[in-house]
Design a protein around this ligand. Sequence first.
Ligand SMILES: [Mg+2]
Length: 415
Amino acid sequence: MPQRWILHADMDAFYASVEQRERPELKGKPVIVGGASARGVVSAASYEARKFGVHSAMPGFRARQLCPEGVFLPGNMELYGEVSRAIRKVFEEFTPEIEPLALDEAFLDITGSAKLFGGPVALGEQLRDRVREATQLTVSAGIAPSKLVAKIACTFSKPDGLHWVQPDEVESFLRGLPIRRLWGVGPVLGEKLTAIGIQTLGDLARTPQAHLAVIVGEDRAADLQRLARGDDSRAVSVSRAPKSYGEENTFPSDVTELLDVTNALTTHAEAVARRMRHDNYRGRTITLKAKLGRRTGRRTPRVSGEQGDPVYPLVSRSRTLQVATSDGPTIRDVALALWREAKIGEPVRLLGVSVSKLERRDAEQLDLFGARNQTDALGDAMDAITDRYGKGAISRAVDGVEKATQSNSIKRGDK
Ligand SMILES: [Mg+2]
C-alpha cells in the first residue's frame, strides 16, 4: 500500500478576501461580510477585522461594537460561487479525487498524483501558486495521512501557508491539542470530558476505554480514542457531477389517451424536479422520450444466434430554456408541449422525461442575504413534507403513474 496523502485546502477569509480583491481600496481594512442588518450574522471577517475579535457566526451588532470602523458588506454569493468554481478547476489540475466541504474548502486525495508533482509538499505549494495565479487569492493547505489530521494541520498553516504532518509525527502533533479540536466533540461532551480530567487528545488516547465508555458509550469511546490517536481511514468521497436527471416508465398496456400521457409526464416531471432539488441542481434542457407500441420488425442483435429483443421506434424531442429550472410544473409544461409538437397519434409503450444542461443551485441556496426563487421555495416546501411523511404524502393534483418496470437502484437525489 502506498502512503496515503490527504490535502485539506481552505481559502483564507474567503468572502472578505474576494471583496478586497474586487475593491482594492478595502485592502488592509477590517472587512466584515454579513451582519449588516440589525439581526444579521457575520459570515466572514478579514484578518484585519479578526484582530478586533470579530469572527464568523457572530451577531452583527456585536461585531459593530468590537469594530466600529469595520467595513460591513452585504455579500455577493453569485460572485463567491463563480470564484469557487475557478478554485475547483485549479484543484482538478492536481487530482480528480476531490470532496468539496464548502465553497472555499475541500479535501483532495493526492496519494496517486503526489509523485507527478515532486511529492506531497511540492504538490501543495504548486497548488497554492496556481490558486493565487487564477484568483489573486490565497489558500492554505494541510497535508497529512488522514482527513482528520489534514484538516487540523490546515488551521496551523493559516493564513497563506502549508503545514505537513508525516505519518510518524501524527501522534505528537495531536497529543497536545485540546479535545475540542476533534470532530464530534462539541461543548457539552467537551465539558464532560474535562470534568474527568481529559483536556487534550493525548489524555483522551491514554484514558482507559472503560472509563470513557461510562460517559459516551462503548462504540463512541472506541471511535474517539481511535481518532485521538490519528487513526482515521475515512476516504475522500468524490461526488461526480451528474449529467442529467430522468424518469421513465413502461405502461402495463400501451396508452393513447391524453389524460394518461399527462399523468405520466406530470409524475415524471415532479420526481425529476424533486431529485434535482435534493441534489441542488437545476437544468435548462428538457427532453421527452416516447417509445411507440408498434415494433419495427428488427430485433437487437445477440451473440450465439439467439433471438434478440424486439425494437420499438423511439421518439425524442428536446427544448432548452433561457433559465435553468428545478420546478415540476415548468418541466411538465415543456414536456407536454413537446408531446403535442411530436404529433405521435399512436399507442405508446414508454414515456420518459429528463433534464440536462445542469447547473448547481448552491450559490443561491447559501444566499443568506437575498430572496429565493418563489417556485423553488414551493418545491422545497413540498420536499420537506415528503421527507417527513413519505412519497405520496403530497403531490400536485394528478394520479401517480404505476410503473410496469421499475429499477431497484437508488437514483441520484432519492433517499
Ligand atoms: Mg476558508
